[in-house]
Design a protein around this ligand. Structure first.
Ligand code: CP3
Length: 322
């Protein structure tokens, strides 16, 4: 459950004294925040406290994290020269605190709780670089894809290469699984995904194959699943816009599925949360390889009691726990 920590008073107490980036760059704080949802909610895995924007400065792209907006890049990449100036990320030199936090987290999680490392997927990260911030229509991205495809492909190649180095470093530091966050990929048609994005997502999964289980997270991907199933991840994360049954029939029995409760459901009373959670469990029907999760991050204002009850409920009613 991404951002489960943010709903917790213990997170907000730390946040009063430190910025989000300061916490992500200080291993002791990153470990403490990563553990908060594990301790309070009893989830089965801890996700490293960081952000998809953390590696940007190491690639030569400085940014600010703006409250309620997300990463904002002062000088977005718009042409071939901007892209040529990108650096290849060197994880050990550029963000040593990530590996340190992962090692610390591994040492402190309770037995049986896995540690998830992550990175932004090439499309979502490249989109931040080109748009400069979150976007509704991806006008700059689509303009570049169509009017200067060589520059787009060069950008994706470089971002994918940095992402591979970053994820390898996280696997080496002890991450039990790696999740690639492609939050924005649902903005693309299947044909544009196939031409402009898929080769790079595939390159990332191909390079990481055989290290740890790989999770491909996306939202709004119902029409992209037939392509994503061939990208090389063992787990595909789907959001609530598609029924789990339908997702399974597209992805086939050999892939695991993560999802797909609407995080908005958690804003309702417990009885409504429970009913929606039961619907997800019924749709999963005890199939092997279902990882119960939300379809996207926990929304601000979510009652932590609803989160804790949800975890307990799924543990009680879900078919199996390793
Ligand atoms: O769950 C966790 O806390 C793990 C760490 C984590 C964060 N961001 C911390 C964070 C992870 C896995 C991410 C990924 C991330 N970041 C994504 C991909 C997943 C997704 O949800 O789509 C994206 C697109 C981002 C970019 C980003 N970072 C945005 C859009 C925002 C602002 C959101 C908002 O409503 O404030 C952030 C900030 C951010 N990243 C926060 C946290 C805990 C909030 C920081 C704060 O104000 O305390």
């Amino acid at each position: 459950m991404r951002q489960a920590g943010r709903a917790l008073p213990e997170y907000r107490a730390l946040r009063e004294r430190h910025s989000m980036l300061e916490m992500a760059r200080t291993p002791e704080l990153a470990v403490a925040v990563s553990l908060q949802p594990v301790r309070r909610l009893g989830v089965d895995a801890a996700i490293l406290f960081s952000d998809i924007s953390t590696p940007l400065p190491g690639m030569g792209v400085p940014f600010d994290l703006v409250e309620g907006v997300g990463p904002v890049i002062a000088h977005p990449l718009r042409n071939a020269a901007d892209v040529a100036a990108l650096r290849l990320l060197e994880p050990a030199a550029d963000l040593p605190y990530v590996a340190e936090a992962l090692r610390g987290l591994k040492a402190e999680v309770p037995p049986g709780v896995d540690v998830i490392g992550f990175a932004g997927a090439p499309f979502t990260l490249a989109s931040y670089m080109v748009e400069g911030r979150g976007s509704r229509d991806f006008a700059h991205v689509k303009r570049m894809m169509l009017s200067d495809p060589d520059t787009w492909h060069q950008l994706m190649r470089r971002v994918a290469e940095s992402t591979i180095a970053y994820l390898r470093a996280q696997a080496a530091a002890g991450a039990d699984a790696l999740q690639l966050f492609d939050s924005w990929v649902g903005a693309l048609s299947p044909r544009d995904y196939a031409e402009f994005v898929q080769p790079y997502t595939q390159a990332v999964f191909q390079a990481l194959k055989g290290t740890v289980p790989l999770i491909h997270f996306g939202t709004g991907t119902a029409t992209l699943l037939p392509l994503m199933r061939r990208d090389g991840a063992e787990v595909i994360s789907v959001d609530w816009r598609i029924n789990l049954n339908e997702a399974w029939s597209v992805l086939g029995p050999n892939l695991a599925i993560q999802g797909n409760l609407d995080p908005g459901a958690l804003l309702g009373p417990w009885a409504a949360v429970r009913d929606r959670a039961d619907e997800v469990l019924r749709a999963a029907a005890g199939r092997p390889g279902h990882i119960f999760n939300l379809g996207h991050g926990v929304l601000p204002g979510t009652d932590p009691d609803n989160l804790a009850r949800l975890v307990a409920h799924v543990h009680e009613k879900g078919a199996t726990r390793p």
